[in-house]
Design a protein around this ligand. Sequence first.
Ligand SMILES: *[C@@H]1O[C@H](CO)[C@@H](O)[C@H](O)[C@H]1NC(C)=O
Ligand SMILES: *[C@@H]1O[C@H](CO)[C@@H](O)[C@H](O)[C@H]1NC(C)=O
Ligand SMILES: *[C@@H]1O[C@H](CO)[C@@H](O)[C@H](O)[C@H]1NC(C)=O
Ligand SMILES: *[C@@H]1O[C@H](CO)[C@@H](O)[C@H](O)[C@H]1NC(C)=O
Ligand SMILES: *[C@@H]1O[C@H](CO)[C@@H](O)[C@H](O)[C@H]1NC(C)=O
Ligand SMILES: *[C@@H]1O[C@H](CO)[C@@H](O)[C@H](O)[C@H]1NC(C)=O
Ligand SMILES: *[C@@H]1O[C@H](CO)[C@@H](O)[C@H](O)[C@H]1NC(C)=O
Ligand SMILES: *[C@@H]1O[C@H](CO)[C@@H](O)[C@H](O)[C@H]1NC(C)=O
Length: 781
Amino acid sequence: MGRRMRLTPAPIYLFLLICTGGYAFIPGVDGETNLQNLGPVSNVQALEGGSVTLLCDSTPDASDDEFMILVWYKNNQPIYSFEVPDKQWSEPSFNTSSRLVGDIRAQPTSVTITALTEDDEAMYHCRVDFRLSPTRNVGINLTIVVLPSPPFFMDEMSNKVVGRVGPYHDGDTLVLRCLVIGGRPPPRISWYSGDTLVDASDGDSDIPTVRENELYLPLTRDNAAALSCRASNTHLAPPIAATLEIELYLPAYNVSIHWVRGTMGDALRAGAVALAQCTARGSYPQPELSWWLDHKHLTHHSNQTWYNSTLTAVSFLELSPAVIDNGATLACVATNPVMAPSRGSKADVFTLNVTYSPMVDLIRLGDANGNEVVELDSLHLECDVRANPPVERFMWYFNDIEIKPGSIWGDETFSQQLLVEEATRAHAGRYSCAAANNIGETRSDNISITVFYPPECTGIGIRMVKETIHCNVKALPAPDTYFWHLQPSNFEVQHLTTGSPILPLDQITGPLAETLKASCEASNGVASQEEACDRTFSFEHLRPPQPHQCDIAYEFGEFQMRCIPVENATYYEVSVWRMSESNSSLVLERRASMGFGTGRALAAAGPGNSGNAMGGRLAVRAALGRVRRGDEAGARACNRYGCSTPLLLRPTDTLLHEADPPWWHFLLEKDVGISVGAVILVAVFIISTVLVVRLARRPRNKPTPVIQVLQLDDVARNYLDNIGEHKVHASCSLRSCSSGYSDGSGDSGPPVDRRRKPAWERWHEPPPPDVTLTLHRESAV
Ligand SMILES: *[C@@H]1O[C@H](CO)[C@@H](O)[C@H](O)[C@H]1NC(C)=O
Ligand SMILES: *[C@@H]1O[C@H](CO)[C@@H](O)[C@H](O)[C@H]1NC(C)=O
Ligand SMILES: *[C@@H]1O[C@H](CO)[C@@H](O)[C@H](O)[C@H]1NC(C)=O
Ligand SMILES: *[C@@H]1O[C@H](CO)[C@@H](O)[C@H](O)[C@H]1NC(C)=O
Ligand SMILES: *[C@@H]1O[C@H](CO)[C@@H](O)[C@H](O)[C@H]1NC(C)=O
Ligand SMILES: *[C@@H]1O[C@H](CO)[C@@H](O)[C@H](O)[C@H]1NC(C)=O
Ligand SMILES: *[C@@H]1O[C@H](CO)[C@@H](O)[C@H](O)[C@H]1NC(C)=O
Ligand SMILES: *[C@@H]1O[C@H](CO)[C@@H](O)[C@H](O)[C@H]1NC(C)=O
């Protein structure tokens, strides 16, 4: 009852409106007692425990009339009366509880009944009596409304549900009964989701006085608001409602990424920190927001905040993108932890636009390998670049200086490629390129381009250094092969191939005493030399110096030319010149090679001694044969490159005198030979006499030479005795003795090496035998 009392009593004015709403005439409710008490009947409702005011107009119809008495009946039993002038009465059951209060002064008059109970439901009417006018009756059919008890909820299993139901998943169907006990008239029961009526199909339940409404509600995000069940059986009071929260698991329905700071437009800068915000709406319970960059989970630099009133989760991510992240997808995934990932996840993806200044690599195009280019081939370089946004301009550098258009690199010096159709040596150097976009400019590393070119003669070309020929060419790469064409004068051409630019003269076959036509061509694998380097060499500078310190001696019964050896000589020659008898020119009388002394001389040298020495060194010597007054003897040093100019000496008178032949020697002369026979008999006496005289005059021992160089030992003397004075020749040695040069005729050269016979300019003699050379070498050491 206390709960019902809280309900506000219906206002009187509302009652009045209702009261005047509809009239009916009651023909005979109380016909048994007072059939003439007919009058309009109105229906009035009032709440149990509330109050109701019943109205009755007591104004007379005519002005001369007068109101006398007023009586209220309940089901024809008087309960209240008023009598003019001031007599009131009320039925004790009403008066004792003071539930009925009359008010006669106002028009219409009223009685108010409070603390209504169900027993108060009845047909009330009021009877007004006038002095003149007929009695007036007004009927009021009062209905007492009993409010129902508050609704309550039961689930399918008939368990009572209070406050909250669930959890459910999106799409589940909620089945719930709302039950209401009591109420008169029986209440209508309605389901509301939020303020939306969703089900009004109520009915009686199996239990008496209980009504219910069973709800079948497919749950969606849109009807996830609190449910309410409303029971209503009157307009006099608001519906009695009970509410129920639904716990509905929902995936986020909107996940979106946007950039808070660190971007320009939608573009990021490589290496710069940007802050991204991911907002996930509509998830219940709180979702887990995770960040992914190209399927890589980013676990750092993010945090998450949850706003439960709006079901909004916010996550911030600090991202410092790298160049390779350009084009990568950044995803924010909201995952509902209580749902299967397939149902509970929603994501937003953002394709990163990471800008950066260009990354530049210089590469060489074409099938050429390495950084070499052959002269006249093309050189094609490309600036391989990665940039975002795209490159706006390119620049090229050669040896760190920017290449301007119109140079040897052509006009296209601002494009991505640099093309040199025909490379020259001037194109060799360090190249780099630079590319710029609106983020910045970057320059590549240098690459060094080498331009290969075929060999060509340098200014010096081919030249001789000492006993070698140098081929001076420039080429890149350095030549690896040299082709030589060598032609000693009057000799066949020789072709040699070497790997070195230096050719020793001793590799050349043939005489080198005069000139040598030499040419060289190098090859470096790029191309062969176009023009050979050539030159004709003479060898004067390689010939030995003129012998000096020579003398003529008379030894062992003949004249000897003796010289101290000179450097670089491999053999020596001696010649005797005599004045022609028919004209005044010197004619070669004799030529011979010079050797290292006689066997006797060498033998006398002995160990530790310099032997056949002049001034401590071995001397070379040759017999001159017969020398006359006026003759000139020449000595010259020779080697492969020819001979020095001869040193000419004349025998002194003293020497000639020393070597004076026997007085009869003249007889052997051609001019006097004829007369020999005639005077032979006369001469016999004289000759014998003279011989006796000479033998007596000459000492028995050997005549002392004018220049005595050697001491002869016994062995040498024996040898001398055996072969005779006049047969000792200069070219004899202990090992071999070649007499081929003693007569100076020049026709009987040794059989060795005839091919090499040089065309001597003035000396038509073969070179000396090798033995001389051998001796020279031995002595020179
Ligand atoms: C109700 O009863 C009281 C006494 O208890 C009396 O004074 C009063 O006049 C009565 N009122 C009516 C309308 O009869
Ligand atoms: C009075 O009202 C009730 C319901 O409101 C109705 O059943 C009854 O017939 C009415 N009585 C008369 C006399 O009109
Ligand atoms: C998600 O929310 C953003 C910002 O409120 C809005 O621009 C976008 O249209 C929404 N997307 C969807 C699918 O509702
Ligand atoms: C990236 O951003 C830059 C600078 O805003 C812009 O020029 C470029 O077009 C963008 N690239 C893409 C693929 O959107
Ligand atoms: C989350 O991080 C961002 C930047 O990382 C910061 O601005 C924000 O204040 C942080 N919020 C919370 C709640 O920590
Ligand atoms: C949100 O969370 C706060 C504190 O955790 C709590 O008091 C409040 O009732 C929650 N609101 C909703 C709508 O769940
Ligand atoms: C001997 O030959 C060598 C090598 O060719 C040279 O250096 C030297 O000067 C020559 N000596 C003389 C005296 O010519
Ligand atoms: C001089 O005479 C010699 C013979 O005695 C001869 O061979 C030579 O050719 C002559 N010289 C001149 C210039 O006549």
